[in-house]
Design a protein. Structure first.
Length: 962
């Protein structure tokens, strides 16, 4: 027995797709509380349609919203695999179904002039039927696409009307909506009733170009029936469907999002538009807008709210846009469906280049070698074309949209070709994007995801491997290149951003890229322990799921920026300051504007303490131009440095903008003026033996075993070699380079320690030992040399890996760890900060003096993993509330990680909420760590950032602070 929604093109009653506009026709929002009844199957009687049905016993649901987040059914997460058997167009009998009902009264405006009454749904997941006053008004699929039904003839009586909507979770359409995200159902976007006058503006299509050679604008606004176009600021008052040339207009760009208020007026309707003039073109293989090459510094954005799923609020949309702008992001790919229409308005207004993607993904067919892939099956042709039409028609008037994307990961095929052909015909003013066919038969740009640095380098220089078909190869080689996804921001990372950005900037062919992805899709949930947490795949008991792979964003589920976003902002900064010798080079990486809006401030700090500061004149720099900044005269006249001296320049907004206040930091650069003085050669003082202990300055060692007992009066529970870190998502390398399994097989997470000898001499105590996992002859020989250097103890550690045949993988980390009393609660340090940094991350950090509580040092990655290292630390002080504590000095630097739980606890935890303070402080001091890379989906750490096991020495001095 099959259902209506088990059909390739099941829609009925839908009106032709048209632009989303603001108009003066009367509307009635039907958002709010609806009556709701839930069923596990789709084949229950459709009694909801009956206006007489008494729904008093039903529950209430909020529209827009997903029922799984309001108490019915459960969210489920799969990345690629379909959560149902693959036999299109059929879906299982277990098909959660939500019956929604509400009443409405037509407001006055709805009757004047006898308009048609139109019911509009902005998004319903996945298939639904709607009835008004007992009459079916339409059926539709296309979860992230709008649909309208004419309900005029169904309206019965004059008073209260009954709207009933039955929504099914699964439908044939689910096969083409296999995006990597939560499966969530319901009426999750707005529902509106519109009074459409017969003499209204049925549709509007704005064509607004800019000629960069003359400064002229071209304008034509198409409407299906006659109307007038008014652009008061430009003195335009013409009929629609006419070409207008305007001698001088200000163009729209993401940097200067100039919009002109316009109106399209017919006898019965007034539509308000905001027009941006811009021309998108590929010129000599370069992506340009208004004649200027444009680099996309983008992010992939899913619509996510930790509490409401894809039913995002206006405030969340605005937060996304403002956060992007504040972090130097200039482009968004609306992965993998058209966003809520209001989001694109915000992009027009604040300035973001948009790749608007159709609601299409059939990735699950990849697991079946693409057998019966809808993209190439004629039975799906109309359905796919319908999706593309609804995308383009809805969003065609947004200046911000510069590329149409056919969809994501849907293989290749004739239906994609048809979608592309239709799009190019309908809107030749924009480019077409599609990633999954590398021969690029029907797109205008060559797009790839997760290509390695080496491959991007080849493409950047147009020396990539040739396609077998010479003609196709020539066409592709002439195209601009974009990484529509790269730098998988899952957990700690992504690493390797700088190198990608350098490649993008090395070649005009590169349009830039879009980091995967903007936000973690964690859903707020009460865990089984009663604590609040962000849920990921499996947390709702799904039998089939992809775990934490859904949490891979630059912002946490609550939109707090992660260190990855801060790094990205620094790497793509348009106002870039990079050291060159003893000076800073300032480069304008904007595509359009100069630096007139930028204020430069400088400061000089000795050992992290500011000794001078001032303002620098902002040089007049055109896009892509750069200049070496001279040191201010004052700096040259400063007294000799006390310790290390650094010169810092911060570029900030001189004045407030629509997206950030004056003083907002756009870029930062530092150069070292004076290096650290070499540590004085320590004068060693002979160890003292007292009872069973050896006293070496402030260190107390067990005379027999060499074990450290205390440091400066602080009891020490553990001091040992540590090569293990709580594997990051990138170490796990689910869709890239997996290191973790090999690390675990080697047993690096379970070292056992043996003391070899304890030798006490006139100068020092030397303890030798070996640390190694059980069951293998791989291990690390260690020598610990302790010497009293007058009030402090110096520790020299030598580590020699003993790995017969060599290790096939890099080590996670190489350092020592100590367990210290929990009374220590704060870390002050001189090194890089304020945030975390690993060998290939931390672009957002700089050298200075910082202070953080132990709690503030933790980064709450949704799935717990290694985090929080402060890098290149010269010295650090851990203090208790009374100011007493322990100072560590490195020769020259060390990585410092401090946490109130052990690495083992961090490793074992599945959610941050499960991390309990252990009542002691774990201090990791690392000579090195393995780079982070982006191996969770893509390449692992670059060779320069890999921690190869080799003989290593590091030197630390511990000193009590009283
Ligand atoms: C891509 C895909 C995205 C996401 C990402 C991994 O292949 O397009 O939707 O799944 O990988 O997080």
């Amino acid at each position: 027995m099959s259902h209506w929604f088990e059909d390739f093109t099941p829609a009925r009653g839908n009106l032709p797709a048209r632009a989303w506009v603001r108009s003066d026709v009367p509307t009635l929002s039907l958002n709010g509380g609806w009556r709701f009844r839930y069923a596990e199957r789709a084949d229950t009687p459709a009694d909801l349609a009956d206006p007489a049905l008494d729904d008093a016993a039903w529950d209430e649901i909020t529209v827009p919203g997903h029922w799984q987040l309001q108490g019915w059914g459960e969210p489920a997460y799969t990345n690629i695999v379909y959560p149902f058997p693959v036999e299109p167009p059929f879906v299982p009998d277990e098909n959660p179904t939500g019956d929604h009902r509400r009443t409405f009264v037509l407001p006055d405006g709805f009757t004047a002039g006898d308009p048609r009454v139109v019911l509009r749904f902005e998004g319903v997941d996945s298939a639904f039927t709607a009835w008004v006053d007992g009459t079916e008004v339409g059926r539709s699929v296309g979860s992230r696409l709008p649909v309208e039904f004419d309900v005029t003839d169904a309206l019965a009586g004059t008073d209260e009307h009954v709207l009933a909507v039955r929504v099914h979770q699964w439908s044939a359409a689910s096969y083409v909506e296999d995006q990597d995200m939560w499966w969530l159902s319901g009426i999750f976007r707005d529902v509106t009733l519109l009074a459409r006058p017969l003499d209204g503006v049925e549709d509007v299509f704005v064509h607004a170009g800019y000629d960069h050679t003359t400064g002229a604008g071209t304008l034509r606004v198409d409407t299906p029936s006659p109307a007038r176009l008014l652009v008061p600021e430009l003195g335009v008052d013409v009929a629609t469907n006419e070409d207008v040339t305007l001698e001088r207009v200000e163009p729209w760009s993401a940097e200067v999002p100039r919009l002109y208020a316009a109106e399209v007026v017919s006898a019965g309707e007034r539509v308000r538009l905001r027009i941006g003039f811009r021309t998108v073109a590929v010129l000599d293989g370069v992506f340009t807008v208004n004649g200027a090459p444009v680099k996309l510094r983008g992010v992939n954005r899913h619509e996510v709210s930790a509490d409401r799923g894809r039913a995002v609020t206006k405030a969340e949309m605005l937060a996304d846009v403002l956060l992007m702008k504040q972090h130097n992001v200039n482009a968004v790919r609306t992965s993998h469906y058209p966003p809520h229409p209001a989001f694109l308005d915000l992009c027009d207004e604040h300035g973001l280049w948009v790749v608007d993607e159709c609601d299409l993904e059939t990735h699950g067919f990849w697991l079946l070698d693409w057998r019966d892939n809808p993209s190439d099956d004629p039975r799906w042709r109309e359905a796919l074309l319908d999706r593309m039409r609804r995308t383009v028609e809805r969003d065609k008037n947004h200046a911000s949209v510069v590329l149409w994307s056919l969809g994501n990961e849907s293989g290749t095929g004739q239906n994609l070709a048809a979608m592309s052909a239709w799009t190019k015909d309908r809107d030749p003013s924009r480019l077409v994007h599609y990633e999954h066919d590398w021969a690029v038969p029907y797109a205008d740009v060559y797009s790839r995801m997760y290509a390695s640095h080496a491959e991007v380098a080849d493409i950047a220089t147009r020396s990539e491997e040739a396609l077998p078909d010479a003609e196709a190869d020539a066409r592709r080689r002439a195209m601009p290149f974009v990484q529509c996804e790269y730098a998988h921001a899952m957990g700690n990372g992504p690493g390797g951003l700088v190198e990608y950005q350098d490649l993008f900037e090395s070649s005009e062919r590169c349009m830039g890229g879009f980091v995967w992805e903007w936000i973690d899709h964690g859903l707020r949930q009460q865990g089984p322990d009663g604590r609040e947490r962000f849920a990921y795949g499996g947390d709702f008991g799904e039998p089939l799921h992809d775990g934490a792979f859904v949490a891979d964003g630059l912002v946490f589920p609550d939109r707090t920026p992660s260190p990855g976003l801060l790094d990205y902002a620094a790497v793509i900064a348009q106002v870039r300051l990079r050291p060159e010798g003893t000076r800073l080079r300032l480069t304008n990486h904007y595509d359009v504007v100069d630096l007139a809006h930028v204020r430069l401030r400088w400061s000089v700090a000795d050992e992290g303490i500011e000794v001078a500061h001032g303002d620098l004149p902002t040089p007049d720099l055109a896009p892509r131009a750069s200049v070496l900044l001279d040191l201010p005269a004052e700096v040259l006249q400063l007294p000799p440095a006390v310790g290390e001296r650094w010169f810092t320049v911060v570029a900030e907004l001189a004045e407030e903008t629509g997206w950030a206040p004056a003083g907002h930091v756009l870029g930062r650069g530092q150069v070292q003026l004076v290096e650290a003085a070499l540590p004085k050669t320590p004068v060693a003082i002979a160890p003292v033996r007292r009872g069973p202990d050896l006293l070496v300055g402030p260190a107390v060692l067990d005379a027999r075993t060499g074990t450290l007992r205390a440091l400066g009066g602080l009891p020490v529970e553990t001091l040992e070699l540590s090569v293990w870190r709580a594997p990051t998502d990138n170490d796990r390398g689910e869709h890239g380079e997996p290191l973790e399994p090999t690390w675990r097989t080697l047993g690096l997470h379970r070292l056992r320690h043996r003391t070899g000898s304890v030798a006490v001499s006139e100068r020092d105590v030397v303890v030798t030992g070996r640390s190694a996992p059980a069951g293998t002859d791989t291990g690390f020989a260690t020598t610990w040399r302790w010497s009293d250097v007058g009030g402090a103890v110096r520790l020299e550690v030598d580590v020699t890996p003993e790995t017969p045949g060599g290790l096939s993988v890099p080590l996670p980390r190489l350092g020592i760890r100590l367990a210290l009393p929990r009374t220590l609660r704060r870390l002050d340090w001189f090194g890089r900060g304020p945030g975390e940094a690993y060998p290939d991350t931390g672009s957002a950090t700089w050298t200075g003096r910082f202070s953080r509580s132990v709690e503030e040092l933790q980064t709450p990655y949704v799935r717990p993993q290694e985090n929080g290292q402060r890098a290149d630390v010269r010295w650090a002080v851990l203090t208790a509330a009374d100011g007493s504590g322990l100072r560590v000095r490195a020769e020259p630097t060390i990585g410092v990680t401090v946490r109130p739980w052990s690495t083992e606890t961090l490793d074992a935890a599945t959610h941050t909420s499960a991390l309990d303070d252990e009542g002691r402080i774990w201090l990791h001091l690392d000579q090195a760590q393995q780079g982070i890379g982006t191996g969770s989906c893509g390449p692992g750490a670059l060779p320069a950032y890999r921690l190869q096991a080799q003989p290593t020495r590091f030197v630390l001095t511990f000193e009590p602070v009283v």
